[in-house]
Each structure stands twice: as C-alpha cells, then as structure tokens.
Design a protein around this ligand. Structure first.
Ligand code: ATP
Ligand code: MG
Length: 259
C-alpha cells in the first residue's frame, strides 16, 4: 500500500515534468515562429524601401532627363529652318543629356542586378564591384579570397554580393576612408566575409538603432537577410578607428572543407 502511493507520486512527478517540458517546447516553437515572422517582415520592408528608392530614381532621375530631352529636340525642330545655329546647339545639348541618361540607366540596371553575377559568378562580380568603388570613390580596395574560390550557390552568392555592396556604399557615404579590404574565407563549415575600412568609424549600437527605428534599412536589412540564411552579421567599430562588417554563413555541406 505504501509502495503503491510512492509509485503514484513518482509517476505524477514524471508526468508533471513531461507536461512542463512540452509547455516549454511549445513556447520555444512559438517564439521561433514569431522571430521568423519578424525577420520575414523586416526583409520585406527593406525590399519595399529599395523599390521606393528605385521608383524615385526612375521618376526624378531618368524621367526628368527624358523630359528635358524631348524639350531640347522640340526646340531644335522649331529652330531648324531659320535659326540653324540654335538648332545645332540644342541638338548638341540633347546628345549630352542622352549620354548621361544612358549612363544613369546602366548604373541603375547594374545596381538592381549586376549581369556579371549571373554570367560569370561571385568572384568576378566582387572584383567588378571593388573596381567600381575604387574608380568612383577614390578608395583603394584590396581583395583577399581563399583560393580556389569557395563554391557558393546562387542565393548565397547574391547575399554575399549584396552585403559587400551595402558595406562599400556605407564606406563611401559615411566613412571618409582611404583603404578597404574585402576578404572571403572558408573555415570548416563556415564562410566568413569581412569588409574592413580605415575611416571615421562609428558607434555600432547607434548604427543598428538607426536601422531598427526605420531611419535606414542598410545595416539592419543586411543583418536580417544574413539571419534568414542561418548566419550572423556584426559591425565592429569605434569612432576614429575604422569599421569592420563581418558576416558568417554556414555552408550546406562540409565535404571538402578545410580543417
Ligand atoms: N563604414 C562605416 N563608417 C562609418 N559609419 C558607418 C559605416 N557604416 C555605417 N555607418 C553608420 O551607421 C549608420 C547606419 O548605416 P545604414 O547602412 O543602416 O544606414 P544609412 O547608410 O545611413 O542609410 P541606408 O543604408 O538606408 O541608405 C550610418 O548612418 C552611419 O552613421
Ligand atoms: Mg547604408
């Protein structure tokens, strides 16, 4: 009789334990689901911001240039018979506007999706990106890639390209740097991308806070996209001491990985 009561009490304790574990598991699942919903929403918001920026660029940049072009051609047509010098001048200006619009369109198209990434792959695309920033922003960009260049699938290639692009854009906008180093290394089952600059630096917490308060989408957007791939992104920086953005991505297979 005594044994029976003890056995029942033990069974009840076990049952309570199992119920508690089940409750904790459900809570964790719920938290995980909330977290992924939050990530998905945040990535969606960043994409909408990008579209808004693009719409603005198309309307205010290329749209206005084409309107100016139409006016210049109309003025040239009016002046053609009696004022040939004026017509020539208007046409010369129209040609300049067309040339710069063509450049803007090409830049925008590359920004949207660089053809080189699809045609030649990640390594040439990163080299092209580095050259572009070197030429346009007078930055010395050095590259350090593991050789042979790590094998990366299409989606991860795009993500690595975007993180590098946003980091270089931040350096050009905020850092006043002279040197940048971009490295991509494979370590065991991880791929590590790092973009280091010798510029003004910043307070990382404040930088991420700007993102989470919706004032910017760059750093926070990158961090969320990297998280969606199971990786993590960090910014190490101090005012006056340059900045390093590093992102670690888990590789799907460890086959052939370096020790
Ligand atoms: N390499 C850097 N050097 C110095 N400051 C930086 C650097 N990268 C980011 N920052 C700081 O972090 C802030 C947040 O960067 P983030 O990319 O999120 O926004 P943003 O570049 O200002 O705007 P957006 O990317 O949305 O156009 C920047 O405003 C800047 O103050
Ligand atoms: Mg930015």
């Amino acid at each position: 009789m005594h044994d029976d009561t003890e056995e029942r009490a033990a069974l009840r304790r076990k049952l309570d334990d199992v119920l508690l574990q089940q409750r904790e598991l459900i809570e964790r699942l719920q938290k995980g689901q909330d977290y992924f919903q939050h990530l998905a929403r945040s990535v969606w918001r960043v994409q909408e911001d990008e579209r808004r920026r693009l719409a603005h660029e198309l309307h205010d940049g290329i749209g206005h240039s084409l309107t100016a072009l139409i006016h210049l051609v109309a003025q040239a047509t009016d002046a053609l018979g009696e004022r040939p010098d004026e017509a020539r001048d208007r046409l010369a200006r129209a040609r300049d506007v067309a040339q710069s619009t063509l450049k803007d369109t090409r830049d925008l198209s590359r920004l949207l999706r660089p053809q080189i990434l699809d045609d030649l792959g990640l390594e040439p695309a990163l080299r092209w990106l580095a050259r572009t920033y070197q030429d346009d922003h007078r930055l010395a960009v050095s590259l350090e890639f593991d050789q042979p260049f790590p094998e990366v699938d299409g989606d991860l290639s795009t993500l690595i390209f975007r993180v590098t692009q946003e980091s270089l854009s931040n350096i050009a906008k905020h850092a006043a740097a002279t040197h940048v180093n971009v490295s991509l290394r494979r370590r065991s089952i991880y791929l590590t991308l790092a973009i280091r600059d010798d510029g003004a630096g910043c307070d990382p917490e404040a930088a991420f806070a700007a993102s989470s308060q919706g004032r910017s989408s760059g750093l926070g957007g990158m961090r969320d996209r990297v998280r969606l791939f199971g990786g993590m992104l960090r910014l190490d920086s101090k005012p006056g001491e340059g900045s390093t953005v590093s992102a670690q991505f888990p590789l799907p297979s460890t086959a052939g990985a370096a020790p």
